[in-house]
Each structure stands twice: as structure tokens, then as C-alpha cells.
Design a protein around this ligand. Structure first.
Ligand code: MTE
Ligand code: CO
Length: 415
């Protein structure tokens, strides 16, 4: 479903500024006003119906979804966060995308241990309760799979930001800074790397420099105020702020300290970037500055005919905060600075808005984020010039949505 559109052929459908009065569509004889609705006449459910609350049945479409051709089987699977249907910067726990290499491990916390071994003075084994006796911190971070956008290298393919950008979530973690746990074991002078290991059947391992481990890594046991969900690594997961999702080992059972990287499967055959010269780039840990317009987008078309329109999106960088987001309504010819709203935490999602007066005509929507280190999100062509088209991971290029007359939206590339 690849589509290429020339920006020169496109007449811009946006008036320069918002300002016109917001026209309402409700009429005086609207039954929603004139009739007494059933929920206004009958008793509702009592508090015993949902001891653990669930969303309104009218929100049943807001779910994680997968791409059938991408998912070989149920246990080796990926689904995507419905970012087109979410607000603010926090992802609700039940909507956080999942990536499992061997399915969801169902771990009994009473039988779970975290071992610290290798180049340490005292190898240690902790129960989950013992981990909770270290000083705790609460931190908001995004987690992005390195493969987010991986299907879009050669052209526009998936129709929805849930699928093109939904391998991301952002929650508040509660956990223990890893430096406290490592200090308890005493890292030997020769110790320069750590190897976290998962308790699931994939036995996920990744080499992480000790410097990063001591800087801001956490062993988390809660997300958004409640225990981690089984899908997110209950009862313990490693948090590696700003770095690719694969390193955030779930169901964390062991951390080995070593003097060199281990060169395991997930850092050799996978999670390396094939460049245009045929060589593979390794250890590309940090997630680059990136943004996407979540509304309007293919799954969230414009449903009014014209007038006041709210454009909304997400921006993030593994290197810090987001300094600025620019949006274009005409495929990158003209840019306006969007309005950032909400908290700005380093290595977390940021929310941006641009309110404009839509004349009902076609648009080519783009967003371009700039982070606190001055990195600018590249166009697809600029990224391909450096990286070629054989890559899977670390695609942080600018996304284009084509809004058609009538409000339908599709994934395109401008050329
Ligand atoms: N940890 C273990 N033990 N097993 C796994 O399969 N998948 C990794 C990482 N940690 C994985 C794991 C990958 S590739 C990603 S992108 C993230 O977990 C996904 O985290 P999530 O399921 O919370 O979204
Ligand atoms: Co991943």
C-alpha cells in the first residue's frame, strides 16, 4: 500500500490561523436534549460489579492490536499501543504494547529471586521483598522497541500510528536504583559491564556498560502505581532509560558483572543495524529524537467538515527532553512551532498540540522534534542516505499523513 505524493501537487487545505468561532452541530429538536435518556431514569450498577475497574464499553475499540503477517505465532509476539486513542503522556497499564520472545512468563513472586554474581565482592541473592527494602524512586520513562517503525524503511506501509509508532509506552515506574543493589554486592575494579537475564523461556540477556547501570537504571516492581503487569515483567523488570526496549529485561532474575560485553544473540544476530555498505553497526543503544502526529491519523480521521481542528501528537528522545516540535500541514514546505503541553520529563513522552482552522481540503501532516541536545528528527530520505534501506531498527524519520478532502487519513511518503 505504498503511495507517493508530490507536495507541489497538493493545495494546502489549512487557513493560516485559527480564530473563527467554534460552530456546534446540535439542533434545538435534538433528542439527546429533548428526550430523557435511560441512564437518567434507571439505577446504575452497584460498586460490587467491577472490583477492578474497566473502561466504558463504548471504548471497546481502544485495545492493543497486532499485525497478523508480522506475528509468526502467539508466543513469539508483538502488539501495539493504540497511541491514536490516548491522551497526555502516560500509557494505561492495560494498553502498553507487549513484545515477548517466548510468551508471557507467569512468575510467582514468592518463588522469584534476583541474583547478583560475576565480578563482585559478595555474590548475593535477593527475594522480591528484600528488593523492596532498598530506597525507592518514582520515574516516568518511555520504552520504545528498537524495531518501532521497522516496517516503514522502504515505503509507507501500515495504515495507523498504532502500527507505525505503537511499539512504545510511557509509565511511571517505582523501583530501586540499580546502583544501590550493585553497591550492596560490591563491584570489583575490573567490572565494567553488566548482563541482566530474564526468567522467561527466552532467557533474554543484553550487555550494558556499568556506567549506564550506575547512572539511571532501575529495578522496577511497579508501574503507574500498581504492581507490574505479567506482560511487563512481573514481579521485577530492568528499566534502562532512553535505551532500546530490548535491553529492559523483564522477569529479571540475574545480573552478572563482567569485564567485557558478552556478544550474546540479542546483540549480534539481532539489534544490529545493517548499513548500506553491507556492514552492521553494533551497540546502538540510545533511542533517537522522534515524534508522530497521533490525531489526525489513519485510525483517527477528521470527522467534522471544516473549521476548528485540534492536531495532537507525541515526541520523545532517549537523550533528554524535547525542546521544540514543529508541525507542517503541507508536507514540509512550511513549518509552525507546536504547543508543548504537560510535564517535560527527560526520556519520557512529551505531548504537543497545534490548533488550526481547517478549510476541509487535503493536508500533508508532518511533525519534526528537536531534543534538548539539539538533535533534529530527519526526513525519511535524509535517514536513508545514511542508513540505506536494509535496516529494521532505529527508524526515527519524519512521518507523513495525507488528510483527504472529507477527513480520511492515510500513510504516505512525500517526494
Ligand atoms: N525481557 C525478557 N525477559 N523477554 C523478552 O522477550 N523482550 C524485550 C524486552 N525485554 C523481552 C524482554 C523487547 S524486544 C522489548 S521491546 C521490551 O522488553 C518490551 O517490553 P514490553 O513488553 O513491556 O513492551
Ligand atoms: Co523490542
Amino acid at each position: 500500500m505504498s503511495d507517493s505524493i508530490s507536495r507541489r501537487k497538493l493545495l494546502t487545505g489549512a487557513a493560516a490561523t485559527a480564530g473563527a468561532a467554534l460552530a456546534t452541530t446540535a439542533r434545538a429538536d435534538d433528542p439527546a436534549i429533548t428526550e430523557v435518556q435511560p441512564w437518567n431514569q434507571e439505577l446504575g450498577d452497584g460498586v460490587d460489579v467491577a472490583p477492578y475497574g474497566v473502561p466504558s464499553e463504548f471504548e471497546a475499540d481502544v485495545v492493543r492490536r497486532n499485525v497478523p503477517w508480522l506475528t509468526a505465532d502467539a508466543t513469539s509476539s508483538i502488539n501495539f499501543t493504540p497511541i491514536h486513542a490516548l491522551e497526555g503522556i502516560i500509557t494505561p497499564n492495560g494498553l502498553c504494547f507487549e513484545r515477548h520472545h517466548s510468551g508471557v512468563a507467569l512468575v510467582d513472586p514468592a518463588e522469584h529471586r534476583l541474583m547478583i554474581n560475576g565480578l563482585v565482592d559478595t555474590p548475593l541473592v535477593f527475594t522480591v521483598d528484600e528488593i523492596k527494602r532498598f530506597p525507592r524512586e518514582n520515574r516516568i520513562y518511555f520504552l520504545e522497541c528498537a524495531a518501532n517503525g521497522g516496517m516503514e524503511w522502504r515505503g509507507a506501509q501500515l495504515n495507523g500510528c498504532q502500527f507505525t509508532h505503537g511499539m512504545i509506552h510511557c509509565v511511571q515506574y517505582t523501583g530501586v536504583p540499580l546502583k544501590h543493589i550493585l553497591a550492596e554486592a560490591g563491584v570489583k575494579t575490573a567490572g565494567k559491564w553488566i548482563l541482566p537475564e530474564g526468567a522467561d523461556a527466552s532467557g533474554m540477556t543484553r550487555s550494558i556498560p556499568l556506567e549506564k547501570a550506575l547512572e539511571d537504571c532501575m529495578v522496577a516492581f511497579a508501574m503507574n502505581g500498581e504492581a507490574l503487569r505479567p506482560e511487563q515483567g512481573y514481579p521485577l523488570r530492568l528499566v534502562v532509560p532512553g535505551w532500546e526496549g530490548n535491553m529492559w529485561v523483564k522477569w529479571l532474575r540475574r545480573i552478572e558483572v563482567g569485564d567485557m560485553p558478552w556478544h550474546h544473540r540479542e546483540e549480534t544476530s539481532k539489534y544490529t543495524d545493517l548499513m548500506s555498505n553491507g556492514k552492521a553497526r553494533r551497540f546502538t543503544w540510545e533511542m533517537d529524537v522522534k515524534s508522530v502526529i497521533t490525531n489526525p491519523s489513519p485510525q483517527a480521521p477528521i470527522t467534522h467538515e471544516s473549521g476548528h481542528t485540534v492536531l495532537s501528537g507525541l515526541a520523545w528522545s532517549g537523550r533528554g527532553t524535547i525542546k521544540r516540535v514543529d508541525v507542517s500541514l503541507d508536507g514540509g514546505t512550511n513549518w509552525t512551532t507546536a504547543r508543548l503541553d504537560g510535564p517535560s520529563h527527560p526520556k519520557a513522552l512529551h505531548r504537543f498540540y497545534h490548533e488550526f482552522n481547517w478549510d476541509g481540503g487535503p493536508l500533508l501532516l508532518q511533525s519534526r522534534a528537536i531534543d534538548s541536545e539539539g538533535h533534529v528528527q530527519p526526513t525519511k530520505d535524509a535517514l536513508r542516505a545514511v542508513r540505506g534501506t536494509e535496516s529494521i531498527y532505529h527508524n526515527n524519520s519524519i512521518q507523513t499523513w495525507h488528510v483527504r478532502e472529507g477527513g480520511e487519513v492515510e500513510n504516505v511518503e512525500v517526494g
